[in-house]
Design a protein around this ligand. Sequence first.
Ligand SMILES: C[S@@+](CC[C@H](N)C(=O)[O-])C[C@H]1O[C@@H](n2cnc3c(N)ncnc32)[C@H](O)[C@@H]1O
Length: 211
Amino acid sequence: MKYFEKEKLEIIKNKISDIKNINVLELGVQNGNSTNMFLEICNQNDGYLTSIDIKDCSSVSTDKRWKFILSSDDNFELVEKFIANKQFDVLFIDSYHEPNHVKKVFFHYFKFLKKDALIFIDDVMWLPYIKNGVKDNDFIERINRLTFDKLLEIFNNNVENLTLDINFSGSGLATLKKIGEKLNKEKKIKNRLFSIKNLIKKYIYSPQPKN
Ligand SMILES: C[S@@+](CC[C@H](N)C(=O)[O-])C[C@H]1O[C@@H](n2cnc3c(N)ncnc32)[C@H](O)[C@@H]1O
């Protein structure tokens, strides 16, 4: 596992390690790095983990505290057969890293979260992926940037319902806390940097030094 991936799991672990009878919902299992971290906490704190993946990851663990659901996490009808009466303390979103998908599952599973529940969203930072960056990748740069912007738009209209912290290391990790019961639709953030007024200020009233 890469250094930053380990660091992110440590950040999550530290934030949830005191939650008694913890109930976790995880979207995206793959090789089970996060799954096994959550199971460690579940065993310490008498809790349970439910994980969803579109691929069969059932061999990742035989732990009795684990329920694996083989499904797309936006197949809500199927997933609800397993979680209908549950309320979770933690939601980890690490499945299909596409801004509209992240938004869709975030809004859907929000109602299955207890008050003060923590939501972790992986891969919200684009810096390593910029041109000539350490992981130069046009597609991931764009998708992570859009996910980050989407998150800000959600937060922008939900400051009474959510807190938001971002860890910028590696590919980034967002931590949100549910502090209100409902969630408002996201709201676009208007950027005034390129307004005519500010462009005039920049180029006419504060001319750039000539070389
Ligand atoms: C980044 S990996 C998960 C890594 C894992 N959480 C960890 O920390 O090791 C993403 C996983 O999401 C799964 N996935 C992709 N799209 C999905 C979807 N729509 N629903 C559920 N799982 C999905 C993939 O099969 C893959 O196993």
